[in-house]
Design a protein around this ligand. Sequence first.
Ligand code: FE2
Ligand code: FE2
Length: 296
Amino acid sequence: MLLTREEMTFDFHGAKLDPVRDRELLEWMFNQFLYGEVTGIQVGHWLYEAPDMEAAKFLARQSLEEMQHVDNFLRIMAMLGLEPRPAHPAIRFLATGMMGSSWAEHVALEMAQGEGFVLQAFYAVIDTLDHKPSVDILRRAVKQEERHVEFGEQQTRKAIEAKPWLRRRLLGLALVSMWGVRRLIGYLEKRTPADHPVLSQLPAFLEHANRCAELRLRRIGVLDRPLSELSGATRTLLVAEAYGGKALGGLASLVTLPLRLLPLWPKKKRLTDTYLRDAHVTGYALPAPEAARAPD
Ligand SMILES: [Fe+2]
Ligand SMILES: [Fe+2]
């Protein structure tokens, strides 16, 4: 990876999440992760778009790993006595509604940036969750997530080497997700309980995540100077250009695939819509709450 584990790690100063005291928070958090892993079904779409054999083989393996991560989270949730519930609409929109419209967008925004962000959240849970069996499962999963991020970085480099004009577009789209994180920081700053050892540090953690995203963009070669040197007008222009390109792409698919875009055409239900009713998910029995307090 272009960023080390040390660079991506946020120092929570030893603060811990307690499986009993923080049960509600953990249930919310793990349900967002669970949904994120179910969106691994999208890898199938990108396997079909893979530019070469090496990429196809990587994605075939990744799809299996993401499905294993679904089981990892179900196992952790069962151990902690947490129930599978729907993910927050904003998370559903970010993970499904914002799916990349080209290979370059997928590897840059969903793999390098998106999975990079998720990886940082996994590191944070590993460092703070006071439940060794869950942390052990996560430690194994992060090795695979690190490879997914690395693949995203390498493929983004290849894409911009072949088409340098893509840098502007990818930067514009990346700025939007970083802006989204900044909005979240503003929202959380007013609402995080100052007396909670971990939650009170969440805004600072997200700021750190944005700094890492900027560093990654620079090391990949999408960004050639610190973001602070780009004026507000330049940023606005980059975002407008990137979304202008997306709108044009949408217009092209309107011509080629008219039925898919008709508003009344029923949307196909996918696993991301139905997983909570799936026998595989409901089959994970909830243990007695004592399990959450089981000795390490
Ligand atoms: Fe995953
Ligand atoms: Fe992944």
